[in-house]
Design a protein around this ligand. Structure first.
Ligand code: CA
Ligand code: CA
Length: 352
């Protein structure tokens, strides 16, 4: 019995010793990190929030940073590599390092300013372009009400070449082409829909240059489900100067609709997933975060990166209210192509 007690005590002692916490690295302003390599990201965070994101808001620069994170990462094609060509390095910062080439691609129109701003930040703090793009993307999402906290891995090597042309989907591409392209990069149709939650805080500048800053839903400052609901409304008006390539009729003046969003909301391969988000804020937000974290690693080896997620501040803004039909719109204005059960679910949710 005595032996047994001693044994138990020894075990307690061993457990206590082995559970001793690993010392944390001390970073600026009294902050700490699990790895010293993460410390620099606190300084980048301070700089980004104060000087790029206008005090940590969900404004135009946050939207641009989010868009940039996709346009850099999707430049990755295992198919091209298999065919003996350079397939791009994915989330490698190539859109900054090789901006002279990649900003010449029409799909990257309008990204010049954010590329320049993030390049300056990366050079100032001595971090890689691939890292700053995905870090800024994660911080931008955290700044928008309804946005999740996205994990952040640091340590991407510098890009070794420009992404080949044609890898960023265009708004005028067919659903077949878009799903094929993102599938080649490693993303499923459902993950593409998840990523398109970003359009809830997006706007267009260059598809119709006569109406820059026109949002894709009525709540561009909030990462809510309005985008998924409003894209299901029948199109009735041109918000600007008419049918531009990649544009289809919008349900509202002051709102812009991309052809690709319209088509994905109605295609049998994606419409059920799309419609399910009309009443699913928390699920949408969570899956958006998961898909963003996966996208941030396209072309990268996660094993060689350091997890610095702790640097991304937890979201503090209130969860957005449930989606509502815009004034004057009714259930009859929705084009629901998924199975009928969704019709009653959406109808109940919207109190129609
Ligand atoms: Ca890239
Ligand atoms: Ca929104």
């Amino acid at each position: 019995m005595k032996f047994s007690t001693l044994s138990t005590l020894s075990l307690v002692y061993i457990t206590a010793v082995s559970a001793k916490p690993t010392p944390r690295s001390t970073c600026s302003k009294g902050r700490t990190a699990s790895s010293a390599t993460c410390c620099v990201w606190y300084d980048v965070l301070d700089d980004i929030q104060a000087n790029l994101f206008e005090g940590g808001t969900c404004g135009d620069d946050a939207h641009a940073a989010l868009r940039l994170s996709f346009h850099d990462a999707i430049g990755y094609s295992p198919l091209l590599t298999k065919q003996g060509h350079f397939g791009g390095g994915g989330a490698d910062g190539s859109i900054i390092k090789y901006s002279a080439t990649e900003l010449g691609y029409p799909a990257n129109d309008g990204l010049e300013e954010i590329v320049y701003d993030e390049q300056k930040l990366a050079d100032k703090h001595g971090v890689s372009y691939g890292d700053i793009i995905q870090f800024a993307g994660a911080v931008s999402v955290r700044n928008c009400a309804g946005g999740p906290r996205i994990s952040f891995m640091a340590g991407r090597a510098n890009a070794i070449g420009a992404a080949p042309p044609g890898l960023v989907p265009e708004a005028f591409d067919s659903v077949d082409k878009i799903l094929g392209r993102v599938g080649d990069a490693g993303l499923t149709p459902a993950e593409l829909v998840d990523l398109l939650a970003s359009h809830s805080v997006g706007n267009q500048d260059t598809v119709d240059p006569t109406i820059p800053d026109t949002p894709f839903d009525t709540t561009p400052g909030v990462l809510d489900t309005n985008f998924f609901l409003e894209t299901l409304l029948r199109g009735t008006v041109w918000p600007g100067d008419g049918a531009n390539p990649g544009e289809v009729l919008s349900p509202l003046k002051g709102e812009f609709r991309l052809q690709s969003d319209w088509a994905l909301a109605r295609d049998p391969r994606t419409s059920c997933h799309w419609q399910s988000y009309v009443s699913g804020q928390s699920l949408m937000s969570q899956r958006f975060g998961t898909a963003m974290a996966k996208m941030a690693l396209l072309g990268q080896n996660a094993q060689s990166l350091q997890d610095c997620s702790e640097v991304i501040p937890a979201p503090t803004l209130p969860v957005p209210p449930a989606a509502k039909l815009p004034a004057g719109k009714t259930l009859r204005d929705l084009e629901l192509t998924c199975k009928a059960s969704f019709l009653s679910e959406i109808s109940t949710f919207l109190h129609l």
